[in-house]
Design a protein around this ligand. Sequence first.
Ligand SMILES: [Zn+2]
Ligand SMILES: [Zn+2]
Ligand SMILES: [Zn+2]
Length: 261
Amino acid sequence: MQTFNLFENAIDSIDHGLQHLSDYPDELSLSDAKQSIMNLINGLDLLILEKLRSLDEEAIFENKSKSNTLKAEEAYKRIKNELNEEIEDWEFKAYAILKRLRNNAVHYEFSFGDDNIKNISLLIHLCLRFIETELDMEIEELISNDNYQRCRRVLKDLPFGEIIEERYVDAIEADIYAYSYSTKGMYSAVLDAPCGNCGREGISIAEDFYPYGKCVFCEEQYNIQACERCGHEFDADWEGVQVHEDGDYLCDGCNDYYLND
Ligand SMILES: [Zn+2]
Ligand SMILES: [Zn+2]
Ligand SMILES: [Zn+2]
């Protein structure tokens, strides 16, 4: 009986995922996109496990009897600090989101929207990163030349940096929404005004969400103050007035109110 080891199994999945890109860029049917994404996710999961195995042979098993291997997310937590090149949390989050979609797809209708090829590009990027940077192998030597050309084609058309950024923004927006939802809409995690640096509504006004006054998207720090009278929060470098040296502020509206009083 022919068997695959973990790494070969990963490469086989990736190879299969790339095979479904034979008609790209002329065409990418929903079915091919789905098969490609499923197989690439599978391959990436296995690469993560393989990385853990390369650090500690035993660590990939969930229990002593070695009957189950860890979930990729669990394995990732263990290798995170051992990576040759750090993967930013948000990069990994992009992949976690795809997995969530994948898991839904199994139970519900399969749909990655119009983003199929972008998702594929992201997955290829992460797979290559594990193969080359973490496992020290050359992708060209592992897959067919046709598939290698497909990889390059996708990455050339769709620079993964932008794709990851899109996914990153989606992920944070979901977190912002979840924060508000968890307070039954009573509190918002962010100021209802765009960040002057990145243009997104990401300036934190909830210390338990992100450092107060910092944009969650671009890290720009603002001098956000809350009006003593009405509680409205604003950028005190641009609006409102400081009414006490110890740091009490009034928003423009309330300041006008007092001035006209
Ligand atoms: Zn297939
Ligand atoms: Zn910003
Ligand atoms: Zn006010």
